[in-house]
Design a protein around this ligand. Structure first.
Ligand code: 8YV
Length: 328
């Protein structure tokens, strides 16, 4: 029997073709809700699910009794009920590693753009206000030689810190559940308690995954501890930060500026004050969004799902326990 895959949202033809070599594929390129009746019907027969950006609920899993594996085209898996998947023996696969360097590039882009006021000053040129001259009121802050505080020191956090330490001579501090001796040796990074890091860092950059423990990890208390000259960067998930506290901190001048790729609600509403603040660089969640990287992520997801449905261990498996359960 040929196994069936449901693919959702934009997936390039060559990735779909690769899957079609081994499986029957139903593709829903425009899917905007998991309640779509045709999608539901396909899920009732599906063994595999692949795509990016759809929240999967236990209720959807109830409607997919044959599901064996999910391949998300993302490293983050906060929109999946991992324990529930494991309980049901459904493998969850993600796409780490292939997006690390690109996401770190975006992190550094935000650090640089916020520090040097790149967006605000590009707007000034566009308006023709350069004709009135440029003075100290337009100057930014140095990046090189400053202190970069990483909240979360996993693959992406380490790649941002590496850029900071090796390319910009920055001092690296990190706050992380476990110590990272290899990165301490490589980058001279020093581990700090969160409050101490916030007080010392010139740039505070968040790279923790979103979990029950990290929701609103950074809020009013944390912004109050940062330097008034601090630049805050979030490349992780919007919900890790209490956005109203961030807006208040920027308005009160408790911190100098922010570079944000992620928001509590996405897409960000134009009603939000954030994209209108001159000291905020707001990007539309493009951390991994380059042609090369998105292609590599999709390829990894295709490989993960193909292996999983053939009974082999996927390359990037989130719930090891589900694999053990399936092998029993
Ligand atoms: C994308 C991401 O937004 O991988 C992640 O976790 O946040 C980003 O790379 C995601 O792939 C959805 O398209």
């Amino acid at each position: 029997m040929t196994k069936r895959i449901v693919a959702y949202r934009r997936i390039k033809p060559h990735h779909l073709e690769a899957l079609r070599r081994d499986f029957h594929v139903d593709h829903f390129p425009e899917l905007d809700s998991a309640d779509d009746p045709a999608f539901r019907e396909a899920m009732a027969r599906a063994h595999g699910l692949i795509g990016a950006g759809l929240g999967v609920t236990p209720e959807l899993l109830d409607a997919a009794p044959r599901l064996e594996a999910i391949a998300t085209i993302s490293v983050g898996y906060d929109n999946f009920p991992v324990e529930e998947l494991t309980r049901r023996g459904i493998l969850l696969c993600n796409t780490p590693d292939v997006l690390t360097e690109t996401t770190a590039d975006t992190g550094f882009l935000l650090i640089m753009a916020a520090a040097r006021r790149a967006v605000e000053l590009a707007e000034l040129v566009k308006r023709g206000d350069w004709l009135h001259g440029i003075g100290p009121e337009h100057f930014g802050s140095d990046v090189h030689g400053k202190t970069l505080g990483m909240i979360g020191f996993g693959r992406i956090g380490a790649a941002i810190a590496r850029r900071g330490a090796l390319g910009f001579g920055m001092k690296i501090l990190y706050s992380n559940a476990s110590p990272k001796p290899a990165l301490e040796a490589e980058l001279g990074a020093e581990r700090r308690e969160l409050d101490a890091l916030l007080a010392e860092a010139d740039f505070v950059c968040v790279t923790v995954p979103l979990t029950a423990e990290t929701v609103h990890l950074i809020g009013a208390h944390e912004f109050a501890r940062m330097k008034p000259s601090a630049i805050f960067v979030n490349i992780a998930r919007g919900k890790v930060v209490d956005e109203s506290a961030l807006i208040a901190a920027l308005e009160k001048g408790q911190i100098l500026a922010a570079g944000l790729d992620v928001f509590e609600q996405e897409p960000l509403s134009p009603e939000s004050p954030l994209p209108h603040m001159t000291n905020v660089v707001a990007l539309p969640h493009i951390g991994s969004a380059t042609h090369e990287t998105r292609d590599a992520m999709a390829q990894r997801a295709v490989d993960n799902l193909t292996l999983a449905l053939k009974g082999e261990r996927p390359i990037s498996l989130v719930n090891e326990a589900a694999w053990t359960r399936r092998r029993r």
